[in-house]
Design a protein around this ligand. Structure first.
Ligand code: SF4
Length: 457
């Protein structure tokens, strides 16, 4: 199964890849299904299940589902147009997607949060239905938002690991062990093998332009976050802090006032800037999810701004290496908080960032694998318990800590020769098993942990 660098890094909108982007993508897929039907539908209905119901309001899942059914997609999302469309749909009780007749859809009646047992396939399920003029269901599809904005139908999920119809890739590694073996045999770096795999599917110019665009959006997101003050939406009254921390760091520069550990505050400021933008519903790059979107950009920005010799020309090498590791984790375990807790989101992002940083700092494939393993190992068991179902607490700060661990993991790895006791494959499998055994209330339901112990003020 080939997972492209553009599967691991996607342009998206906040606050959640699984709860916001996924349902929007599902809506777009359902509209395609309707366009292929020999008959016309007159109306739509949607029901949200499992984690999509429990934390759906905080994650704006209802808005995303409505917009998806109206034809919006995360990659060309326009916030102003979306707001206008939502207002119109709520007042007219109608959606008008391209290529279909106007469809009856009253969000207050036709969009249901189902708090019963989750659907059998995955914690994040939604059912979309098309109805005839009498309101009877004539077409129905079940979708699962499996993390990182990936969406599968019930049938696709039942097939097991998703199939890949594309041409074979030259380095088809599906484990870290295979990745290291192929690197050893070919003499190539992990980024070079990943690039060769990508080029078996797309033109070099598209790959390079796409990687540039990913980094441009990451930088723009950091910069917007570092310039914005105020209170985040959602009702928790969480204050944006990245801009203030950044201002104080800039003020201390050059005065020899800072302790060495202050470098961690730079990483936190960059990561928090991204996750505050995400929490505000802004444009981010899923990396590999929205909740964990700050770790990789913060690590790159830290390296570019603070490490002598860093060059933006190496950002593609960073992203390709990180994507190779993210693909292994997604294929063999999960990148979904609803499936395996936050170890799968911030833990995966930290492993990806550690691998990318180790690579651009000159690490061998074995050191890169070691860096990813260290970062993932020390996120094992981390639960997902967002307060009020918002991707704010603990998520925003947690991305800063994920970036700090990524930098430490890369640095520790570079002090060794790449040999180590716990293989990355073992850490990934441990994460999968730990996620499977983790109680449901710690998997993006907001029914346990911080979500129930932080007083609602
Ligand atoms: S706690 Fe982690 S997994 Fe859960 S929503 Fe926040 S970032 Fe995502």
């Amino acid at each position: 199964m080939f997972l492209s660098v553009f599967d691991m890094f996607k342009l998206g909108i906040g606050p959640s890849s699984s709860h916001t982007m996924g349902p929007m993508v599902a809506g777009a897929r359902f509209l395609d299904l309707l366009r292929r039907q020999p008959f016309q539908v007159a109306g739509l209905r949607a029901s949200l299940h499992g984690s999509l119901a429990f934390t759906g309001v905080g994650h704006a899942t209802d808005r995303a589902t409505i917009l998806g059914l109206a034809g919006f997609t995360p990659s060309d999302y326009d916030a102003e147009k979306a707001e206008a469309a939502l207002e119109r749909i709520r007042s007219e009780r109608l959606v008008t997607p391209e290529g279909l007749p106007p469809l009856r859809f009253d969000p207050a009646r036709d969009l249901v949060f189902d708090y019963g047992p989750p659907l059998p396939g995955h914690a994040n399920g939604l059912i979309l239905r098309g109805t005839d003029p009498q309101g009877d269901v004539i077409v129905e599809e079940t979708y699962y938002s499996v993390g990182g904005g990936f969406v599968l139908t019930a049938a696709e999920l039942a097939q097991g690991k998703a199939t890949d119809d594309g041409p074979p890739v030259p380095y088809p590694f599906d484990t870290a062990a295979a990745m290291l073996r192929m690197a050893h045999e070919s003499g190539l770096s992990i980024a070079q093998m990943k690039r060769a795999n990508e080029l078996s599917r797309i033109e070099a110019s598209h790959l390079d332009a796409g990687l540039r665009r990913i980094w441009d959006v990451m930088v723009a997101c950091i910069d917007r976050g570092l310039a914005a003050d105020g209170i985040l939406p959602g009702g928790l009254k969480v204050k944006r802090r990245a801009a203030g921390i950044h201002r104080s760091l800039l003020a201390e520069r050059g005065f020899n006032l800072s302790a060495p550990h202050t470098i961690n505050d730079w990483m936190s400021a960059y990561a928090m800037a991204v996750n505050e933008e995400n929490a505000a519903g802004g444009q981010v790059v899923t990396a590999p999810t929205n909740g964990a979107a700050g770790v990789v950009p913060a690590t790159i920005r830290y390296w570019l701004d603070h490490v002598p010799g860093a060059s933006v020309r190496q950002v593609p090498e960073f992203l390709l290496t990180a994507a190779a590791v993210g693909g292994l984790i997604k294929y063999n375990a999960s990148i979904s908080g609803a499936e395996c807790g936050c170890q799968a989101e911030v833990g995966s992002a930290s492993a990806m960032a550690a691998a990318g940083l180790c690579a651009v700092l000159g690490g061998t494939p074995m050191q890169v694998e070691n860096a990813a393993e260290i970062a993932l190992e020390h996120h094992l068991g981390m639960t997902c318990d967002p307060v009020r179902g918002l991707v704010q607490v603990p998520c925003i700060e947690r991305n800063g800590l994920g970036a700090i661990k990524a930098v430490s993991a890369a640095s520790l790895s570079l002090r060794g020769d790449g040999t180590h006791l716990v293989p990355l494959d073992a850490a990934i499998e441990t994460m999968r098993q730990t996620g499977r055994d983790m109680h449901e209330k710690y998997k993006e339901t907001s029914l346990g942990g911080l979500a129930v112990n932080v007083p609602n003020c």
